[in-house]
Design a binder for this molecule. Structure first.
Ligand code: ADP
Ligand code: ADP
Length: 223
């Protein structure tokens, strides 16, 4: 079964031109997919549609088998909680510690600190932030922010993991390390979608590749 289907999806911002004109794609359950394409092609836009932060101008988006246009608000929220997202600018909450940022998805889903504390500490140690748990995001380096954002995205074991240029501003060694974390999540069952224009990153893994060109989605890297 597919976790996500786009059928002939179009998206325009306001009265601007259509960024996506006719995008059709599927993400089979358990798949690992890179989404590529030139800067400005619409990668971030497609991801936003996937994590239900934008509504298509035309076409159909099915999430977890449900037509996204027919979801009630509570259903929408429930689906969003099954999705882990890593955005380009991290979106960490600046007045919460690294620990609290990472624990947030679990708190939101109603778990108490005593049930999740050990998991949060273990994950933070695993991503190399064990010594920075009480730090506030503004005091973190770029690489530490990135790992904090990724830890927060994976802590609740999401069914769908979406990342926008997750290695955008880190050196290749850290990039590869982060990619290993996504592979590990995928091995444990998560469906993964990563937008990147970094062809070296794509070459690291034998994963599916989709690319956006002129508002449409194609299979494989370009040319
Ligand atoms: P990519 O991630 O491939 O670089 P984006 O999805 O960020 O591409 O952007 C695709 C196009 O949509 C660009 O022309 C960009 O300027 C435009 N765009 C993105 N976000 C907005 C927005 N919030 N309002 C208006 N235009 C936008
Ligand atoms: P920065 O965040 O300043 O770019 P680095 O990413 O180079 O710093 O890593 C800082 C420390 O954290 C190093 O000791 C590194 O080995 C450790 N580390 C980074 N990522 C991981 C990881 N995924 N798993 C285990 N240790 C990590």
């Amino acid at each position: 079964p597919d976790l996500v289907n786009f059928e002939r999806v179009a998206l325009r911002y306001g009265r601007g031109p259509e960024v996506l004109t006719d995008a059709t794609l599927d993400l089979p359950q358990g798949s690992f997919t890179f989404l590529t394409g030139p800067s400005g092609a619409g990668k971030s836009t497609l991801l936003k549609l996937c994590y239900l932060s934008l509504i298509p101008s035309r076409g159909l988006i099915r999430m977890f088998g449900r037509d996204s246009a027919l979801l009630t608000n509570p259903e929408r929220q429930a689906i969003k909680r099954r999705i882990g997202v890593v955005l380009q600018d991290f979106h960490l909450i600046e007045h919460l510690s690294v620990y609290e940022n990472v624990a947030l998805p679990l708190r939101v889903s109603g778990q108490s600190r005593s049930t999740y504390n050990a998991d949060v500490v273990e994950l933070l140690q695993w991503v190399g932030l064990g010594h920075r748990m009480q730090a506030l995001p503004p005091t973190l380096s770029g690489g530490e922010k990135q790992r904090c954002a990724i830890a927060r995205a994976v802590i609740a074991k999401p069914d769908l993991l979406i990342a926008d240029e997750p290695t955008g501003n880190v050196d290749p060694v850290i990039g590869r390390r982060l990619l290993r974390l996504f592979s590990e999540m995928n091995r444990m069952g998560a469906t993964v979608l990563i937008a990147t224009h970094d062809t070296h990153l794509i070459d690291e893994l034998d994963a599916r590749v989709l690319r956006i060109e002129e508002g449409r989605v194609f299979k494989g890297k370009s040319q």
